[in-house]
Design a protein around this ligand. Structure first.
Ligand SMILES: [Zn+2]
Length: 324
């Protein structure tokens, strides 16, 4: 049984404290990151674009971060596009935008036939229900739709209805997207230069790089054969080359895996593709050494000592420093 733990915020691991129980808080983390969000976006593009919004039910008012325009103003308008900004989903509804950050416990449940009943506040994981009418393809019977669901009590999901996605501060402040064709090796080198920050935390910082979280930063560092504690500014040219290749390679591979998958299958696809993340105690797929972890208050990182840290297990020195 999963323990109830505080959700992982998108922030660097610096300053984090060890979890009192000392074990991985998110051993099987399924927090949607760039590839899963890209998968959901692709799915919605295929299934929702061309549909007219029939109604929007807000069942958990706390996830709604904006008041004007109201969600009801989407009704009657056509979904004209779906885009991704970092880990955000952006439904363009004829010039109005429904933008969603799923956070740790949020997910999207798709219906080929959305329930008729209005989703209301109560003891249900449903935060928002969007009912659609298929006008573009009337030969396909039924009214599809989706729920945004959030498990647990700590509601971190964020839904904004805005006229421009850049009105969402967390979107306006996003760093470059690592899969943007313009994001070249030099763009990564610029990010790393002069930053005396641990590379693990830097990769997760959304204002520095958009879309990477705890799981894929573990995976990228493993492929790049870099310690999560390595300081960004001290990476050699060769290490920057490896980090760049790993970042593009790991994310591209994961996006390809996500493509065409129904929303319901994306989490399992992610879980089974992980090399070290969430695999504490299992053999490294590259060298066979045992994958180890360092745990923090709200997250944990996994790595292979042989591949990444010269065979030495990482000590959590920052903990002793914090306790002084
Ligand atoms: Zn290894």
């Amino acid at each position: 049984m999963a323990r109830v733990v505080p959700p992982v915020a998108v922030r660097p691991v610096e300053g984090a404290q060890r979890h009192p129980n000392g074990s991985a808080a998110d051993r099987l983390s399924t927090v949607p990151e760039l590839p899963e969000v890209e998968g959901l976006v692709g799915f919605l593009r295929e299934h929702a674009v061309g549909c007219v919004v029939a109604r929007v039910d807000v069942a958990a008012i706390n996830v709604l971060k904006t008041v004007d325009p109201p969600p009801t103003s989407l009704a009657g308008l056509t979904v004209t596009g779906v885009a991704r900004h970092g880990k955000w989903i952006d439904l363009d509804v004829d010039g109005l935008h429904l933008v969603v950050h799923l956070a740790k416990a949020g997910w999207l449940r798709w219906y080929d036939q959305v329930p008729d009943r209005v989703a209301r506040p109560g003891r249900t994981p449903i935060a928002l229900r969007v009912a659609l009418d298929r006008v573009a393809a009337p030969e396909v019977a039924g009214s599809p739709g989706f729920d945004l669901t959030e498990a647990g009590t700590r509601k971190r999901m964020a839904v904004h209805v805005v006229r421009d996605p850049q009105q969402v501060p967390a979107i306006a402040s996003l760093g470059p997207d690592p899969l943007d064709p313009a994001f070249d090796r030099e763009a990564l080198a610029t990010i790393l230069r002069g930053r005396r920050t641990q590379v693990k935390g830097l990769l997760r910082q959304q204002s520095v790089l958009a879309g990477v979280g705890n799981a894929y930063s573990d995976e990228v560092l493993h492929v790049a054969r870099l310690s999560p504690y390595a300081l960004a500014a001290t990476l050699t040219d060769d290490e920057v080359d490896r980090l760049y290749a790993a970042l593009r390679g790991v994310l591209t591979e994961a996006v390809v895996t996500s493509w065409g998958k129904p929303a319901a299958e994306l989490k399992d696809a992610k879980r089974s593709a992980m090399r070290v993340h969430g695999r504490t105690g299992q053999p490294c797929p590259v060298c066979g050494d045992t994958v180890r972890e360092v745990s923090f208050a709200d997250s944990s990182l996994q790595y292979c000592p042989t591949c990444q840290t010269g065979g030495k297990p990482l000590a959590d020195r920052r903990l002793s420093r914090l306790l002084k």
